[in-house]
Design a protein around this ligand. Sequence first.
Ligand SMILES: Cc1cc2nc3c(=O)[nH]c(=O)nc-3n(C[C@H](O)[C@H](O)[C@H](O)COP(=O)(O)O)c2cc1C
Length: 360
Amino acid sequence: MVVNPDIRSQRKAEHLEAVRTLGDAKDRSWFGDISLLPNCAPETDWNDVSLATDLCGVPLSSPIIINAMTGGTDEAEDINRRLAQAARRHGLAMAVGSETAALRDTAWAHTYTVVREENPDGVVIANVGMNSEPDLARRAVSLIGAQLLQVHWNVAQELFMAEGDRDFRGALDRLAETAGTAGVPVIAKEVGQGVAGPEAVKFVEAGVSAIDVGGRGGTNFIAVEAWRRNHLLSEQWQQWGLPTPVTLCEVLSAVGGQVDVVASGGIRDGHDIAKALALGASAVGIAGPFLRLVSQPDGDAALDAYIEELHWTLRSLLVMTGSRNWDELQRRPVVLGGRVRAWLSARGLDDFAVRLGTRA
Ligand SMILES: Cc1cc2nc3c(=O)[nH]c(=O)nc-3n(C[C@H](O)[C@H](O)[C@H](O)COP(=O)(O)O)c2cc1C
């Protein structure tokens, strides 16, 4: 569907307002079903701990990605500038919001390129939608000098948008062509519904280098689109989608070891991050909290405090599990219980849970 550029800019402004107003999804407890195994005799020095990781061969000094949000309005430029400055201060990778607006109307390009200008040596990630042609994807990468490209999959959001897409045929073929021609590693990224095992296999067959699971538990784009239309959401719609720990297990058990996996959707504190990496993710994406913090009057200081707290918790949890780095944490047992364990049993994925719980 061809969308009028003015409508697109207005939509982006409304998304910012909706996410600030609505906050997170209600049901945020699923990470509580995952436990790390403490090590009371770690023989580890806090100063020897490294948070460094690697995503599709790109080295990251922190596993935290400021995930795709915005661009295409004046306010978006200010947000992108300040998030990019925080990314540079703390060594975080950062994705921009969907670049379709800037590529169709170059007047908005500076609202995205500001991210590269503010962080010339940082890891910057381009973003296009699943219906984008491969040529547009290539231009999205080159506009911001990105090292990686996200292709986002957001069927639920499109259907809840009055002006959204309705025809989703051919997207996997376009993804395969994009993966072959983008010139940088491609990440297939969900936005709130989560990726199930069978679709993870299709993404891998299409040639992606990573999957961002985009599970339920944080920013809920069904709720965001309903808010834009003054529509009251039923409980069932609020519960739609795979909770992030569940989609992580689905994807890791289906294609873990073949491609990198990013955990996103309601990742909020250092415990969520450590658990996601212990399960096998290479990195995590956080979006909504960064938007709400940067929107505060003391936004830059609030961003610094939040990121420092995340990094402090991660280092501490690594020490408290006797790990100096993520590889060592990934050799330590992780116990899955409650609804996550029940889900895996119902899906015939008990082996995955047992392997995690008994690894030495
Ligand atoms: C205001 C806003 C705009 C977003 N726009 C995009 C987008 O353009 N492309 C995309 O792939 N994801 C977009 N997202 C989704 C985020 O990248 C992320 O997947 C989602 O918000 C879940 O993470 P969270 O719970 O930490 O917010 C947006 C999120 C927010 C909060």
